[in-house]
Design a protein around this ligand. Structure first.
Ligand SMILES: C[S@@+](CC[C@H](N)C(=O)[O-])C[C@H]1O[C@@H](n2cnc3c(N)ncnc32)[C@H](O)[C@@H]1O
Length: 197
């Protein structure tokens, strides 16, 4: 499960930013749907090379970039982001210690049997009224999307997509107070689950 992105780290930013425009898309979604305050402490969980973490660092007090891939993280070593090697299944942070966790295009790379553990870990680490913001891809339907997923399987291993309602229910089960599914305009194949503790 861990470290499967290490072998493609050299290509990662180029593909995400030049071909897929995924990083810019994620920042746009966060700007639209996530309120960030100057004193927030944020975890970008599975944050890869830290593009989104560096944007969040311009808005918040502190941003931790947590990822199991040594090679992706080594590209994220730019102040003021703090890179930490670790897994979403056991977040290396104290309970009730952060105000926001973002989990962007990560959950579908973790087998479904671990999703409950990941969500419980997020709940443990968030403080009261903390916000979990998950951005995920809608499960592939068209031939083109299925081809993309096939290429992803070859490059980084099997993926485990969930439908928005299914994931929203899974997050609710973890005990978050308010959980909503959002379908962002201009990002047809993505959805957001925003949960408040
Ligand atoms: C598609 S990339 C997304 C990276 C980043 N969030 C972004 O938007 O660019 C998936 C990320 O999930 C990370 N990942 C895989 N398994 C993980 C786990 N168990 N815990 C945390 N991150 C994990 C990978 O190392 C990789 O950085």
């Amino acid at each position: 499960m861990l470290g499967s992105f290490d072998k493609i780290a050299f290509l990662y930013d180029w593909v995400e930013q030049r071909i897929l425009k995924d990083h810019q898309g994620s920042v746009h979604i966060l700007q639209t749907y996530l309120d960030v305050e100057k004193d927030d402490i944020i975890i970008d969980l599975g944050g890869g090379t830290g593009y989104v973490a560096r944007y969040l660092a311009t808005q918040a007090k502190q941003v931790l970039l947590i990822d199991p891939s040594k090679n992706l993280l080594s590209k994220g070593k730019k102040s003021p982001v703090h890179p930490v090697r670790g897994s979403a299944t056991k977040i290396p942070c104290n309970s009730s210690s952060v105000s926001i966790i973002v989990l962007i295009s990560v959950l579908h790379h973790i087998p479904k049997t671990y999703h409950e553990q990941v969500l419980s870990e997020c709940k443990r680490v968030l403080d009261k009224h903390g916000v979990l913001c998950i951005i995920e891809a809608i499960p592939p339907e068209s031939l083109l999307q299925k081809l993309f997923i096939h290429i992803e399987h070859v490059l980084v291993g099997k993926t485990f997509h969930r439908h928005p309602n299914e994931l929203r229910n899974e997050v609710k089960k973890t005990g978050f107070q308010s959980v909503e599914a959002i379908f962002p305009k201009d990002h047809d194949w993505k959805y957001v689950i925003k949960a408040i503790d």
